[in-house]
Design a protein around this ligand. Structure first.
Ligand code: RFL
Ligand code: PHB
Length: 411
């Protein structure tokens, strides 16, 4: 495919009428979540201009409590983007995780088994760092935009229209990056006869609580119990994040703090339950669990990234990390194109991103299947889970496989 680079280095504002404004940039990024911001910052460092369109406010995006675990590849990408100073100072390095079943527990030494580790650094902090650096560089970030539409993505002259404060604007660009999450518009812009979607909905959710209490354990505890799954995680030495598997019909208001702590204690090993320090929740929310992936991740000059293209259940801590993998491939493809005119990187974007994303989907599905109770689970299914956990406990090979996936597959 032949491309003509757009020479515009800064968005040019042209007032066409009283109502319609036309702008020009190189890459329009739809969605100001971690995927969109990271891409925009990496492009900026290469001298490639972008405009980020975000439906919500900055405070809303930063306030969402989501990911906690970052792979080394994600951390390195943040370093490459020049925004790792606070993360390097404040993150907690984790060399292992604990798996428990009923009252038995064992550790998986990620570092010894894979040579790598993960870090705890909340998505809230990472997103705040990204906004700070984009704003310091006078990045074009537009909030509260509505009715975003991608036009002519299958031509050499894509455009994006949107409304803000009652005014309709168009941006002419070279490329569109659809970083607008699962409920965004970008994926829908790919015609149905081109798009193929794969989905699995799990029959449960995760009820999450954030509390200003010290974490119950140095390492994360992934607990399988007869009452369902539980996870003990953290953000820092005085901020803990806990989850319990819950029914899809539950709402956060159904769970008092006392009921949550009581249920958590019943699902984690006794020594952890006895040492757990509880306190008032400062956030409580329920996330349904789903695996989803759409193919292809590129249509003409539109590229899907992150949750816009794939969703994984949080059990493997892979959502944001897989999004970061997409951004790595797309950023390198665009940088190659703008510096040399070579389209190889962008032409292979979908193939490379999908190959890595499918492996994250597989890993998250397998860990979810291993550790949760399913409503229709037979006695046989239960025995299979127990045998698989016992095998994981006793087999270094099985632990290596888990560790290799958990710390993140190479790009
Ligand atoms: P996001 O974060 O959903 O951001 C998309 C942005 O696009 C905006 N938007 C639009 N803007 C303009 N026009 C439109 N029409 C728009 N539609 C939407 C939205 O307002 C939003 O700001 O997607 P992104 O950037 O791809 O980032 C993905 C991550 O947020 C997600 O994968 C992770 O949070 C998943 N996740 C985890 N990932 C990890 O790698 N490690 C973890 O430990 C981890 N833990 C988790 C998680 C997700 C969880 N939940 C709540 C599902 C734990 C939980 C509980
Ligand atoms: C979190 O801390 O929010 C977290 C950690 C590990 C996971 C999922 C979520 O697998």
């Amino acid at each position: 495919m032949a491309y003509t680079p757009n020479p515009a280095m800064n968005p040019i504002r042209v007032i066409k009428t009283n109502e319609v404004i036309a702008l020009k940039t190189q890459v329009v990024v739809i969605g100001g979540g971690p995927s969109g911001l990271l891409l925009s910052q990496l492009l900026h460092r290469q001298g490639i201009e972008s405009v980020v369109l975000e439906r919500k406010t900055r405070d809303y995006v930063v306030g969402r409590i989501r990911a906690g675990i970052l792979e080394t590849g994600t951390v390195n990408l943040m370093r490459q983007a020049g925004i790792s100073e606070r993360m390097d100072r404040e993150c907690l390095v984790h060399d292992g995780i604990v798996i428990s079943h009923a009252d038995e527990q064992f550790s998986i030494n990620l570092k010894a088994l894979s040579g790598s580790n993960v870090v705890v650094y909340g998505q809230t902090e990472l997103t705040r760092d990204l906004y700070d650096v984009r704003e310091a560089a006078n990045g074009q970030l537009l909030f509260n935009v509505e009715n975003v539409q991608i036009l002519d993505a299958d031509t050499d002259h894509p455009r994006v229209s949107y409304e803000q404060n009652g005014k309709t604007s168009h941006i002419d660009c070279d490329f569109v990056a659809g970083c607008d999450g699962f409920h965004g518009v970008s994926r829908q812009a790919i015609p149905l006869n081109v798009r193929r979607e794969y989905e699995k909905i799990y029959p449960f959710g995760w009820l999450g609580v954030l509390s200003e209490t010290p974490p119950v354990n140095d390492e994360l505890i992934y607990a399988s119990s007869p009452r369902g799954f539980a996870l003990c995680s953290m953000r820092n030495e005085n901020l803990s994040r806990y989850y319990i598997q819950c029914s899809l019909s539950d709402s956060p208001g159904d769970w008092s703090d006392a009921a949550f702590w009581q249920e958590l204690k019943r699902r984690i090993p006794t020594d952890a339950a006895e040492s757990l320090i509880t306190g008032p929740s400062i956030e409580k929310s329920i996330a349904p669990l789903r695996s989803f992936i759409t193919e292809p991740m590129r249509w003409g000059r539109l590229f899907l990234c992150g949750d816009a293209a794939h969703i994984v259940p949080p059990t493997g801590a892979k959502g944001l990390n897989t999004a970061a993998g997409d951004i790595h491939y797309l950023y390198n493809g665009l940088a190659q194109f703008y510096t040399t005119g070579d389209t190889d990187g962008i032409d292979h974007y979908s193939e490379k991103a999908l190959s890595r994303a499918w492996k994250a989907v597989r890993f998250s599905w397998s860990l979810t299947s291993l550790l949760h109770r399913f409503p229709d689970q037979s006695e046989f299914d239960l025995k299979m889970q127990i045998a698989e956990i016992a095998f994981l406990k006793s087999s270094r090979h099985a632990q290596s496989m888990l560790a290799e996936n958990y710390v993140g597959l190479p790009y």
